[in-house]
Ligand binder design. Sequence first.
Ligand code: HEC
Ligand code: HEC
Ligand code: HEC
Ligand code: HEC
Ligand code: HEC
Length: 361
Amino acid sequence: MRAPAAIVIGLAACSAPAAPTSPSAAREQRPAWQVRPLGGARSIDPGTWANELLDARGCATCHVAIAGEWAASRHALAWTNGIFQAEYTARPLAWCINCHAPLTTQQAGRFPDRGVDCATCHVRGGALVTTHKRPGSPHATVEDPSFGSPAFCADCHQFTFPVLTGGTVTRMTAHPMQTTVASFRAGPYATQRDGCMTCHGSPTNHAFLGGHDPGMREAALDVTWCRRADTVEVRVRNAAAGHAVPTGDIHRHMNLRVWRSSAPEALFEAFYGRRFDPADDGGKLTVWDSTIAPEATRQHDIPLASLGGDDDEPINLELDYVFLEHDLPRPGQAAPSEPFTASITRRRALVEDVPACMAPP
Ligand code: HEC
Ligand code: HEC
Ligand code: HEC
Ligand code: HEC
Ligand code: HEC
């Protein structure tokens, strides 16, 4: 009973006077997981090279359910997925690796195909980092309350265009490239206690479903159409995403199309995405942004006459989500080894069967 007390007293007697900045205050300035500035200019250093801390398969022996969700996630596939590989092999830049296989150790050849793996998020300075240590944990765990917060996700999900020399970052410009976290912070969900995990949670919180998941895509957008006099009104509402839709990679976009089959040349088309022009500082200026902010609605009033065809011919509507720059691969570039477009909704109806508009225009 006495020994622990003596040790505590001994430590107290030996310890230096309190430093002006306590360790917890220092932690608030620089969280334990944060080892690089935004933009992926450098790899993520996990500290020691102990294999058992680096191998996701090793973690899987005890964390079976978590490892299962992670293995099916885009994080696990960040390096190997066909869409990334199609882009990367066309233009292999060292910068890309800092987020798609981010660990210094991966880049030195250890488990390079595991993408954003357990150690990428959880291992720093050779120790595990998370919000708090659980009962029965065998790990030397560093607790950091901001682990998993929007600021943590920003390490890879929020950055400006870089200026690259030989594929590596010389400097970051002032112009946004991926803005998921800023878009979230400017929106109505910014004050949610669980941040990104409010919607990206799952049974073990490691599935991170997003644009590649049909359920998430369809939940995100509420598409309605109605008829008013000689016009079809189409509304697309961001009903469930905490950031603009689409978000993330610059190539993400959606195409809305309304047409009659006998008059394809009269097709109505809307593009939801971003377009860029070169900027003075070497980055890219956003010159067009038709992505849909949280809870915002885009409305298109399409005169029936503009669609051509016959009055008694059905109208088609489709909203597609496109993961890449083009609907089809560029000449000379191999097609990605997985689908790179997805349907959000498809409809076909006679004008008289499209519901009449209730709300004022
Ligand atoms: C020998 C079994 C075992 C292995 C291997 C193992 N863990 Fe754990 N881990 C546990 C137990 C037990 C807990 C505490 C209870 C719980 O959360 O499941 C835990 C807790 C955690 C926690 C929560 C923080 C804490 O310390 O309580 C994290 C994060 C974690 N493990 C990550 C990992 C990662 C990453 C790996 C692979 C590098 C790994 N674990 C390998 C058994 C293991
Ligand atoms: C600062 C981190 C970062 C860097 C550097 C980076 N990416 Fe990404 N990339 C991401 C994130 C985060 C996503 C996920 C967002 C999304 O799903 O749109 C992503 C998504 C992608 C996707 C879409 C993958 C899919 O599953 O559909 C492609 C393709 C891609 N990146 C290519 C590249 C290429 C090529 C480079 C180098 C020129 C690069 N990335 C550099 C963070 C980065
Ligand atoms: C994209 C980052 C990311 C990756 C990759 C990741 N985790 Fe986590 N992990 C988190 C977040 C966020 C939490 C929740 C932290 C909190 O709120 O306490 C978490 C929590 C945990 C916990 C705590 C127990 C629990 O149920 O919350 C364990 C154990 C864990 N992770 C293990 C793993 C293992 C094992 C892997 C690889 C198979 C892994 N993690 C991959 C971000 C990640
Ligand atoms: C170390 C870098 C890194 C961190 C930290 C990180 N991510 Fe990711 N995340 C990525 C990359 C890279 C991808 C794209 C993988 C691919 O190529 O498809 C991605 C993909 C995703 C996707 C899936 C996108 C889709 O298209 O389905 C979601 C959702 C996501 N991340 C959410 C989060 C959240 C929430 C956090 C914070 C808790 C987080 N990520 C932390 C790098 C990271
Ligand atoms: C209110 C719910 C909600 C919140 C909060 C939220 N998301 Fe999402 N997120 C979604 C939905 C729904 C989708 C699917 C639609 C899409 O792909 O845009 C999505 C998609 C994504 C994607 C995939 C984009 C792509 O290109 O495939 C990424 C990455 C992502 N979220 C990251 C984040 C991050 C990081 C945060 C916190 C800063 C966050 N999300 C907060 C609901 C949310």
